[in-house]
Design a protein around this ligand. Structure first.
Ligand SMILES: [Zn+2]
Ligand SMILES: [Zn+2]
Ligand SMILES: [Zn+2]
Length: 225
């Protein structure tokens, strides 16, 4: 079974003093705790950890892992999509933080134990981007309702009519967001999920007040200011 990271990567091994000096733990359990931390982010698997601890097999490690689990220093659980995983905690978990089962993401059902319990990292990002989209659409709609008929696109170089066909529309932005989410669900990097911002809209007065010197878009030809 794989040894999974729980905490940030570091070239130096930080071992919790309380666990390493806990006299209620056997020396082997304390050594396994230090070894598990030392093997994070490496190719070293649980077989190698067992061998380094002087044990013949991973199965022999179980009683010592049980000891570590009793103090919140490590646990062995079945995680959705990963099977049995040893998780080592850089800081031991308090009794109220310990769980005895994998907590699936409420949005996608995948294991969420490495992020916010109940919400995996990609789904949390998707929720944030959807919230940005909601706020941006509301802002754009309000500007349309206020009768702002000029637009500055994302590049900011030219002045357009608010409905110029070269600008992002709600439909296009939503379409591209949903495509990116679909691609991420099919295995693409969720980092590519973002909201293509809608153009900022202005009234003629606002632009005159700003002393706008932007060149007019040749495609839509906005009314002269
Ligand atoms: Zn899990
Ligand atoms: Zn999720
Ligand atoms: Zn235009």
């Amino acid at each position: 079974m794989p040894v999974r990271r729980f905490g940030r990567p570091s070239p130096v091994v930080m071992v919790d003093r309380g666990v390493l000096t806990d006299e209620s733990l056997t020396p082997t359990a304390r050594l396994i705790y230090a070894l598990l931390l030392a093997c994070l982010d490496t190719e070293t698997g649980s077989h190698e950890v067992a061998r380094l601890a002087g044990l013949a097999s991973v199965d022999d490690m179980q009683p010592f892992l049980d000891e570590l689990e009793s103090v919140g220093a490590a646990d062995v659980m079945d995680h959705v999509g990963a099977g049995q995983v040893i998780t080592v905690h850089e800081s031991p978990l308090l009794p109220e933080q310990r769980t005895h089962a994998c907590i699936p993401c409420q949005d996608c059902g995948a294991c969420s134990c490495e992020y916010i319990k109940g919400m995996c990292r990609p789904c949390s990002h998707i929720r944030d981007v959807r919230e940005q989209a909601r706020a941006d659409i509301a802002r754009w709609q309000q500007e349309v309702d206020q009768g702002k008929t000029y637009a500055v696109g994302s590049g900011g170089a030219r002045l357009h009519r608010w409905d110029c066909s070269s600008l992002n529309t709600v439909e296009r932005s939503v379409g591209s967001l949903e495509d990116a989410i679909k691609a991420a669900k099919a295995g693409a990097d969720p980092g590519y999920i973002y909201w293509p911002q809608l153009p900022k809209l202005y009234s003629a007065e606002e632009l005159r007040r700003k002393g706008s010197k932007k060149r007019n878009c040749g495609l839509c030809g906005p009314d002269p200011l």
